[in-house]
Design a protein around this ligand. Sequence first.
Ligand SMILES: *Cc1c(COP(=O)(O)O)cnc(C)c1O
Length: 330
Amino acid sequence: MTKVSAFDDLPRERFAHLPTPLWRHDALDAISGGPLWVKRDDQNGGAAAGNKVRKLEYLLADARRSGADCVLTCGGAQSNHARATALCSAALGLECRLLLRSDDGHREPSVGNLFLDRLAGAQVRWITPSEYARREAHLANWAADLRAAGRRPYAIPEGGSNALGSMGYVRAMAEVRAQLDAEPTRLPERFKRVVVACGSAGTAAGLALGAARYRTAENVIAIAVCDGRAHFERRIRELCDEARRSGLCDLDPVPVRVEDDFIGPGYAQSSSEQRKFIKHVACTTGLVLDPVYSGKALFGLSRLGLGDSALFVHTGGLPGLLAQAETFSA
Ligand SMILES: *Cc1c(COP(=O)(O)O)cnc(C)c1O
């Protein structure tokens, strides 16, 4: 592959266990209108596993190179990104500080992701949803206070979604290319589409750039789990533009379509139909989805009949499922 960008030379930490499997199951094909392959990024590590680990390989390498001694980021109380950042920072000996959103701005129960944040020694500050709307400013203020106290903070945006973080999914597409080339009888030459949950858009943007560069799929379908189509289409475009401007990846992405009909009652809240779907998939295939992201995304994929020759990226999220156990009737 000819070198087309700084992407090839980016410093990278090794957190993920790679390559993750391309997995298939007959019962899942029947549910989704397959043949559907699942990129098992839920298996890319232990407690830190999920899509954020691939972003953090680049983000925390950048933190180290810049001489940081602590890492700041933000998210919901059950943020998978916050948990992965807490654990990966701990692995590098970097302190981790988290700005987390809670309904009333007070501490939430220490279960699921939040339990792991605390286990990894992360320091948590709570903010209300209205304060969270200005999260970038709050993170910048916290970083400024730390600098004034002689510290060297490195701030990561929500979801690890900037151009550098999204390079984790350009790299994931290089990995898929190598997998397709190595098993031409079991796997297609390329996929019709890649389908993924979309919460802060960095994963979808990286997949769109990577699919173009490595010819792994014709387009990307991003299933929104919080905001609507217009918001995410703009964010994905901005991230691809940022990648180009900063010299990371000067390619046009493959087309991305955002589907926003599967958000359900709201972010981190699922419908009983979605929970039934998650339970059905677990019972018939052994695949465990989470109710916040991957469950809604695969639910949308199957409703839209998009399984045919598709790649579904399972982005992880297991601790968020465990934190919601009581919403699932056995
Ligand atoms: C964060 C997350 C996503 C969404 O990825 P973005 O890059 O934020 O759009 C999907 N699935 C899981 C499990 C996540 O934690």
